[in-house]
Design a protein around this ligand. Structure first.
Ligand code: 13P
Length: 237
């Protein structure tokens, strides 16, 4: 059963997040969906949502601390208030726009691992690396595992090529298959694909060998579309 995840990024308000989660939760409750569904809203929209067990709310980011003096950040204490036990780490927007280093990311990973969080760990190459061919792509991706305990039991990976994120350009099925199988050969963890996944292509993508689900940005921000994405994958193994 594919794992289907929505990353809100910097979208939705407290009010619209609540509406979204209520609609999604009602849909999951009333249909016999077995998919694991994850939603990562903005941290300002966290709340004590009532959700069915297949729906988990996660954090897009948090600092590696319980609490303290880290202006602008949230820590474990703020996540625990809402019983959040899932976190995205290593997203390319944090690596490339917010300048998080591999060292920062590894520290964060270790901290949330110690707390037993489900970690969705993102990896993926930028366009200039893609253009250098498969060998360089894999070299780049495996460097993103420096300092990361790949044997952690509560780990999900997400391969998100940077050039495919928010661009409408999805990697070809052939590219996805090649890269996913190379990653899986070394790391036997659930592996999602992300990068311009949408209602129309999610089913095909989730049927590629070694793809265990999808992490979706833009096409998941309307709840009706996200529900359709789940509908389109619900019968897949
Ligand atoms: P898009 O679906 O908008 O390409 O974003 C993918 C992504 O970054 C999910 O984390």
């Amino acid at each position: 059963m594919p794992i289907i995840a929505s990353n809100f990024k910097t979208n939705h308000t407290r009010k619209t997040t609540k509406e979204y989660i209520e609609k999604l939760n009602n849909y999951l409750k009333n249909s016999s969906i077995k998919n694991e569904v994850l939603v990562f809203p903005t941290s300002t929209s966290f709340d004590s949502f009532y959700t069915v067990s297949s729906l988990e709310i996660g954090a897009q980011n948090a600092y590696c601390t319980n609490n303290g003096s880290f202006t602008g950040e949230i820590g474990l204490e703020q996540l625990e208030e809402f019983n959040i036990k899932t976190i995205l780490i290593g997203h390319s927007e944090r690596r490339h726009i917010l300048s998080e280093s591999q060292e920062d990311i590894a520290k964060k990973y270790e901290f949330y691992k110690q707390q037993g969080f489900k970690i969705v760990y993102c990896i993926g190459e930028p366009l200039e690396v893609k253009n250098q061919g498969l060998e360089k792509i894999l070299e780049y991706i495996f460097e993103q595992f420096i300092g990361i305990d790949i044997n952690y039991s509560n780990l999900i990976l997400a391969y998100e090529p940077v050039w495919a994120i928010g661009t409408g350009v999805t990697a070809t099925n052939e590219d996805i298959e090649k890269i996913h199988s190379a990653i899986k050969e070394k790391i036997s963890k659930p592996l999602l694909y992300g990068g311009s996944v949408k209602v129309e292509n999610v089913r095909d993508i989730c049927q590629i060998a070694n793809v265990d689900g999808a992490l979706i940005g833009t096409a998941s921000w309307k709840v009706e579309d996200f529900i359709q994405i789940i509908e389109n994958t619900k019968d897949l193994k």
